[in-house]
Design a protein around this ligand. Structure first.
Ligand SMILES: Cc1cc2nc3c(=O)[nH]c(=O)nc-3n(C[C@H](O)[C@H](O)[C@H](O)COP(=O)(O)OP(=O)(O)OC[C@H]3O[C@@H](n4cnc5c(N)ncnc54)[C@H](O)[C@@H]3O)c2cc1C
Length: 388
């Protein structure tokens, strides 16, 4: 059985990784010209379901390495004012683990066949029940690429080209809310902020969210020691900061404007007049290559399509608001569920149509709930935001 996975995000890579050595051949096709071609580097909180899903997609001999590159999610959930005075608590912290997205992605990539500079532009169903996908290349010297498979999986994110063909009426909704996110190396200068990691700082209008990423062992070193066949990025500890800008955010904070005049840190600093100098310094010393401004768009799974040789996974079919902290968790859950069904097909225990239908039925139910709950939490972070 051959599977073409479109998109080398966490969901697509976890699926392909989870199929390695199972008798199902999986190849990944990624639009970016290279694996590290753009910002991928924020930390994620994985809940027990998402973490177990990714663990199950990895070979067991990499589990010690996985455990070494994650840390427990902080239980500290302070609410502070811009002068760093405590004004409340958000209740018990989420249980789970914290992982750097870029590091996890590199682990998931190991040993896979990934075609970069391959942007899906369409697909055709063949009379024999297989599917032929077409990919355009940016490189003018490269001809279009075609791939034939028994199953095409669109794991191509919120703007999914696969979804555009499979379910054209399922489209993203822009919440109007903007998310500025970045990271700053965790130096001694910011040690005093330690109590504030895992906290929300608010002036009643905008909120700055801080979260520390502290590696037990630097990821590259951990891989050298525990799984030399894996190469992980050379990353040190950092503070992830994020500011959510409500829909009425003033000029200079829309994605277009930010990419022109204002950098992501500048967009945040413009909202921090009078804030504690340590907070301002944290943003001023941000790593410019790993700070960005994003629009929060959601995709609600609604219309079902007739089960066949094409399906969707992750943000491509249920994109959540980051305020839910559940998008990656749900994408990883999809990957694990779909790979289990496909292994049953390869083992002759199910037919493919039944396996994919079962995956889609379950995924639609929990995916819709993930989007709903993420939107419910949006107004708490962005006053004035209406549920999309
Ligand atoms: C700021 C922020 C913080 C977040 N924090 C959390 C968190 O703490 N916990 C959590 O669970 N979730 C979190 N999320 C959500 C999470 O990051 C996403 O839900 C998750 O990464 C989705 O994975 P995916 O594989 O479905 O899609 P993506 O990661 O979006 O991957 C899609 C891939 O497809 C590629 N692609 C797109 N179009 C094409 C094409 N036509 N052809 C080929 N390739 C294509 C893209 O280049 C990309 O590599 C956060 C999101 C953001 C933005």
């Amino acid at each position: 059985m051959r599977v073409s996975v479109v998109g080398a995000g966490l969901g697509g890579l976890a699926l392909a990784q989870g199929l390695r050595g199972t008798g199902v051949e999986a190849e990944v096709f990624e639009r970016d010209p290279g694996i590290a071609a753009r910002f991928q580097g924020y930390r994620l909180v994985l809940d027990p379901v998402g973490f177990q899903a990714v663990r199950d997609c990895l070979p067991t001999h990499w589990h010690p390495l996985l455990d070494e590159i994650v840390m427990p999610a902080s239980a500290e959930q302070l609410v502070l004012d811009p002068r760093l005075n405590e004004i409340g608590r958000l209740g018990a912290g989420r249980t789970g683990i914290v992982v750097d997205r870029q590091v996890l992605r590199h682990l998931l990539l190991t040993g896979l066949t990934v075609h970069t500079d391959a942007a899906l532009t369409g697909y055709q169903l063949s009379a024999d029940g297989t599917v032929r996908a077409r990919f355009a290349r940016r490189d003018p010297a490269a001809a279009d690429l075609y791939a034939d498979a028994d199953l095409l999986v669109g794991a191509d994110g919120v703007g999914s080209a696969v979804r555009g063909v499979l379910s054209p009426r399922t489209t993203p909704t822009d919440t109007g809310v903007r998310f500025v996110i970045g990271r700053t190396p965790l130096t001694d200068e910011f040690a005093g902020l330690a109590k504030a990691y895992g906290s929300k700082i608010t002036d009643g209008g905008v909120s700055l969210l801080l979260g520390a990423m502290r590696f037990r062992t630097p990821p590259r070193l951990a891989a050298e020691r525990l799984a030399p066949e894996v190469t992980l990025p050379d990353l040190g500890d950092y503070v992830r900061w994020a500011m959510i800008l409500p829909p009425d955010a003033p000029s200079g904070t829309s994605p277009d404007e930010a990419s022109g005049d204002l950098s992501a840190p500048e967009a945040v600093l413009s909202r921090m007049d009078g804030w504690h100098p340590e907070l301002r310094a944290l943003i001023e010393q941000a790593d410019p290559d790993n700070s960005t401004l994003l629009s929060i768009r959601v995709v609600r799974p609604g219309e079902r399509w007739a089960p066949g040789p094409v399906t969707l996974l992750g943000d491509a079919i249920h994109a959540t608001s980051p305020t839910g902290g559940n998008g990656a968790n749900t994408a990883l859950r999809d990957a694990d569920l779909l790979r289990r069904r496909l292994i049953e097909v390869a083992d002759g225990r199910r037919d493919q149509r039944d396996a994919v239908e079962d995956y889609e039925r379950r995924m639609f139910a929990y995916g819709a709930e993930a989007v709903r709950s993420s939107l419910e939490r949006l107004p708490a972070f962005a006053p004035g935001a209406k549920p999309a």
